[in-house]
Design a protein around this ligand. Structure first.
Ligand code: NAG
Ligand code: NAG
Ligand code: NAG
Ligand code: NAG
Ligand code: NAG
Length: 195
């Protein structure tokens, strides 16, 4: 039985991604994510709920979406000022490639943006998690979870770079699922066995 599951896992993992269960993802996040905040159990439920609604627990999900509007009025042209200190090799970044209405590609379980957390051939922007985007769509979730941790750290600490802060908040508003906001661990995870 276990062998069948393992073989299936490998076969699926090569091409089409893996569908995790809600409880599997809960366990992985409990092991991999440190939430130093009150109500962390409910926040975990909200994160997993978000994954359920955005990617359906499919580790290979990719979606393209127009960059969200800026929350506060600033409509001027986006003058390129690259996030200082974020990219070591700034020579590769070409800000003149950055247009006003950009397409963001959202990767993986957590639907993280190539303009914020990772780099791809389309985008070399912020790269908060310092990884290539295709790492977010393989079936190894440990780097995905490490990246969520980096995001959590970034939003719970002051972000000195304003453009970086704006992009991070745009991404969060984009992937934010209102249905998940009031989620409680006790009900959402009621069907998960506690080990
Ligand atoms: C997971 O998503 C990928 C990319 O969208 C898709 O090709 C694959 O069929 C999906 N897997 C399942 C089991 O739905
Ligand atoms: C930046 O982009 C412009 C036009 O898109 C191009 O002409 C220029 O060579 C690029 N510079 C670098 C350093 O890639
Ligand atoms: C940016 O917009 C200009 C015209 O508005 C277009 O020619 C160019 O291809 C766009 N660049 C990118 C990287 O989308
Ligand atoms: C992402 O950035 C790294 C260096 O920061 C570079 O080596 C790599 O080629 C980039 N990946 C893509 C897909 O552009
Ligand atoms: C997943 O990737 C991490 C590095 O990102 C690596 O240390 C780990 O061994 C990988 N796990 C599996 C099951 O391949």
């Amino acid at each position: 039985m276990l062998a069948v599951v393992v073989v299936l896992f490998l076969a699926v993992g090569v091409s089409d991604g893996v569908i995790l269960s809600k409880c599997e993802l809960k366990q992985q996040l409990e092991r991999g994510l440190a939430l130093q905040i009150p109500n962390s159990a409910d926040v975990l439920a909200q994160i997993v709920c978000h994954v359920q609604l955005t990617s359906g627990f499919n580790t290979s999900t990719i979606k393209m979406i127009a960059e969200p509007e800026e929350p506060r009025g600033g409509r001027g042209p986006r003058r390129g000022r690259s996030p200082r200190g974020k990219n070591k090799d700034d020579s590769s970044s070409n800000e003149s490639n950055e247009n006003k209405s950009e397409v963001w590609t959202l990767y993986g379980l957590f639907q993280l943006s190539d303009h914020v957390v990772c780099n791809s051939t389309q985008s070399r922007a912020l790269n908060l998690c310092r990884m290539t985007c295709d790492k977010l769509i393989d079936d190894n979730t440990s780097d995905d979870i490490a990246c969520v941790q980096a995001l959590v750290n970034a939003v719970t600490a002051p972000i000195p770079d304003r453009k970086a802060a704006r992009h991070i908040h745009e991404m969060i508003s984009l992937i934010h699922q209102p249905e998940c906001m009031a989620m409680k661990a006790s009900s959402y995870f009621a069907d998960c066995q506690t080990p």
